[in-house]
Ligand binder design. Structure first.
Ligand code: UT7
Length: 327
């Protein structure tokens, strides 16, 4: 016997620090007008020097557990989607497991850039559906501002920090995750990557002097692949779930760039009011963007019990995915 998996409770957290477009004008050769028209971003949240990824993940996870009414000891697995872990070892998932007191959980990380949250929920969905586990905590958490190069105006204006979390468990027939799919294409590696610091280039004076530990992005090339991939996989998942775009109450896309969101909406035929956007205030928070945005929709009553919601993501790798959920 199988059972549907759904979201039982969510939470999110941000650092208190804010980096505005005016602040960036003082750091690199950019201006508010360029950032606003090209990305839709007005400000992003920025962790302080002594703040790190797992702290925001823990705050978001704690809120999700409380709202779901699930005891931390009942969580079977914690999947932390992050591209900016606290450290290379141990995984951020293990650190979250310790801090939240999820004594019976396995903790692990998923490295799928901006699609990481959808990777996480897709993995645990099948584990819950088949009865292998009861409850999962999936968290997207990033401190990207420590990985961006503040001498590179094409990346430093985009990214921000934060975390979003969801507790998943069994839900009644007809509810929860109705269709979900994740994809990747490693041929696009160099469109968004951080080449230094791994086993290929190591961490040497040379890699650091050449700033190879920072994210590098060919944004313009990624843009087209992002729009096409998100639109195609969204249509495929809606069809698989047996619905059309008109049945969807809200689309919650990865907040990459307002122009990408608008282009996906136009391809799918989704009106602006059904395409959730918070990028003006948050910037691009990679794997945290969908759970933060989804939780904001739930808090604001934009998504209610019974509503059909489409999530779609695209990120470095490249990776992409879409999930259809009945709340
Ligand atoms: O999160 C998922 C993965 N990431 C994405 O999906 C990101 C997708 N890409 C993007 O969001 C956009 O491509 C960017 C916002 C990154 C860039 O926007 P664009 O419209 O593609 O600009 P561009 O890279 O084609 O650059 C246009 C011009 C260039 O100047 P020239 O060569 O035309 O003189 C850039 O040097 O804009 C210049 N530029 C800037 N000017 C002022 C690039 N960054 C800036 C900046 N301020 N911050």
């Amino acid at each position: 016997m199988t059972q549907n998996a759904g979201i039982l409770g969510m939470g999110h957290a941000y650092p208190s620090g804010v980096l505005t477009n005016a602040d960036l004008e003082k750091i690199v050769d950019t201006n508010d007008e360029w950032i606003t028209t090209r990305t839709g971003i007005k400000q992003r949240r920025k962790a302080a020097d002594n703040e790190y990824t797992s702290q925001f993940a823990v705050a978001a996870g704690k809120q999700a557990l409380e709202r779901a009414g699930i005891d931390p000891k009942d969580i079977d697995i914690i999947v932390c989607a992050t591209t900016t872990p606290d450290q290379i070892l141990p995984s951020t998932g293990c650190l979250i497991q310790r801090e939240l007191g999820c004594e019976n959980a396995a903790g692990m990380d998923v490295f799928a850039a901006c699609s990481g949250f959808l990777y996480g929920i897709t993995m645990v969905e099948s584990m819950i559906r088949t009865g292998q586990i009861r409850y999962a905590l999936v968290i997207g958490a990033e401190v990207l501002t420590k990985y961006v190069d503040y001498t590179d105006r094409s990346t430093c204006v985009i990214f921000g920090d934060g975390a979003g979390a969801a507790v998943l468990g069994a839900v009644p027939e007809g509810k929860g995750i109705l269709a979900t799919k994740i994809r990747s294409d490693g041929r696009y590696e160099e469109q968004l990557f951080a080449p230094g610091g791994g086993t290929k280039l190591g961490t040497t004076h040379e890699t650091i002097d050449n700033r190879l530990h920072y994210f590098k992005m060919k944004g313009n090339e990624l843009f087209k692949v992002a729009v096409r991939s998100m639109a195609e996989i969204s249509t495929e998942m809606l069809e698989k779930a047996g619905y059309s775009v008109e049945d969807v109450t809200m689309v919650v896309p990865h907040q990459a760039n307002q122009r990408i969101t608008d282009a996906v909406a136009s391809r799918l035929g989704v009106p602006e009011e059904k395409m959730y956007s918070n990028i003006a205030q948050t910037g691009n928070t990679s794997s945290a963007s969908i759970p933060i945005a989804l939780d904001e929709c739930l808090e604001a009553g934009k998504i209610k019990e019974g509503d059909l919601v489409l999530l779609t993501a695209f990120g470095g790798g490249v990776t992409w995915g879409a999930t259809v959920i009945r709340f």
